[in-house]
Design a protein around this ligand. Structure first.
Ligand SMILES: *Cc1c(COP(=O)(O)O)cnc(C)c1O
Length: 384
């Protein structure tokens, strides 16, 4: 037997409490029992998204479905949107906007840079007819954290323009204040910070976003938000929901409420800090810039002369620790350690130990134990 550790930024580990809740015998969704669970989930999600003003809609799809729904529900073909992107998931938003015939003002940055809110202000001045601004809060491909609070302030001054935030790996890892920051649409997926298996997505819709919905003419059926809102008013769903995932969500949200959102975010900052210091102590360089590092995932440059793909495969096959490699241009050049969701200090210690043993096998020179020592210092409150 080999014990397995899932250290990726989605899917993420699922707590036993949640797994057991999902293993209960199936119930019908048109029942008071299911309605009660559904409404508890919506309330719990509002807490996690930090919103009282927005509606929360649950969709049976992965995160990309929620991204697609945000385009289909808010715009008309030919509408202009500003997309600020610095990674793979921002690229996906451009792909989606194109498929639906939107005109794109493309603010493209290298993956190693943060989006500059001032550029968005300028793009809005130059394109006052823009109907939307689209941004990824936590870029999972690069670990970069974009300042959506600053962007929210800028977009709030344009009553006809909605702000769409992909916070799929932001929610539950970093602060994301839907109301306070004027975020019109915020989305997440179940297999990230919500500690569930994949297959469920949640989207917030602000009053301003509902106005955009009213004028939108893009085709939508399964993802038509109004169908979900009307049914939710009657404590139900328009279609057969992902019953077991929603029951599991009830359990994971209970755990999140017990810990408290501020404590959850603090725990993630600590795990991220320990991972960063651990990797730096091994002489490796972090991929994301100091001014924009998120807490969901830590991408690290593969050291010179080391085969990056081998780091990932040895860790997985020999030590049972699954981390993620780089994507697109960064395949084999970076590796990414996920610490989003159901993670504690010793998951990081375990991962750094496996990383040290792997790097030693690959002939990389470093001081053995230095990574673990640096992480311990963070966990003991000596640094960070
Ligand atoms: C995971 C993720 C998505 C959605 O991907 P799915 O595979 O469809 O769940 C979107 N954006 C970001 C930033 C993500 O991390």
């Amino acid at each position: 037997m080999q014990k397995k550790y899932l250290m990726t930024p989605g899917p993420t580990p699922v707590p036993a409490e949640v797994l057991l809740a999902q293993a209960r015998p199936m119930i019908h969704h048109r029942t008071p029992d299911f309605s009660a669970t559904l409404m508890e989930c919506v309330e719990g999600l509002k807490y996690v998204f930090q919103t009282k003003e927005s509606d929360v809609i649950l969709l049976a799809c992965s995160g990309t479905g929620a991204m697609e729904s945000s385009i289909a529900n808010l715009f008309c073909a030919g509408d202009k949107v500003i997309v600020a992107r610095n990674g793979k998931f921002g690229d996906r938003m451009v792909g989606l906007a194109k498929v639906y015939g939107l005109e794109i003002v493309d603010l493209q940055y290298p993956w190693t840079e943060v989006v500059r809110p001032a550029d968005i202000a300028e793009a809005l001045k130059a394109n006052p007819d823009a109907r939307g601004v689209i941004i990824t809060q936590s870029e999972t491909s690069s670990g970069v954290l974009n300042d959506v609070e600053a962007v929210g302030k800028i977009v709030a001054a344009y009553p006809e323009c909605v702000l769409i935030v992909d916070s799929i790996t932001g929610i539950g890892a970093v602060p994301c204040m839907t109301d306070a920051w004027n975020l019109d649409v915020v989305m997440t997926g179940s297999q990230k910070g919500l500690m569930l298996p994949p297959g469920l997505a949640a989207v917030t819709v602000s009053p301003k976003a509902w106005k955009a919905y009213e004028r939108s003419t893009l085709p939508k059926y399964y993802f038509d938000w109004m169908k979900y809102k009307k049914n939710l008013d009657a404590q139900t769903t328009p279609f057969t929901p992902a019953v077991s995932l929603i029951i599991g969500l009830g359990e994971s949200l209970k755990m999140m409420r017990e810990e408290g959102i501020e404590n959850i975010i603090d725990r993630h900052s600590r795990l991220a800090e320990a991972t960063r210091r651990g990797c730096e102590a091994l002489g490796m360089k972090l991929f994301a810039p100091p001014e924009g590092r998120g807490s969901a995932v830590t991408p690290v440059w593969v050291p010179e002369g080391v085969d990056g793909k081998k780091i990932v495969s040895i860790m997985k096959n020999k030590y049972g620790v699954t981390i993620a490699g780089g994507q697109d241009d960064y395949t084999g050049r970076i590796f990414r350690v996920g610490h989003l969701g159901y993670f504690g200090d010793f998951d990081i210690i375990t991962t750094l130990a496996a990383l040290e043993m792997t790097l030693a096998e690959l002939g990389y020179e470093f001081e053995r134990g230095a990574g673990i020592k640096a992480a311990e210092a963070v966990f003991m409150g000596e640094v960070g």
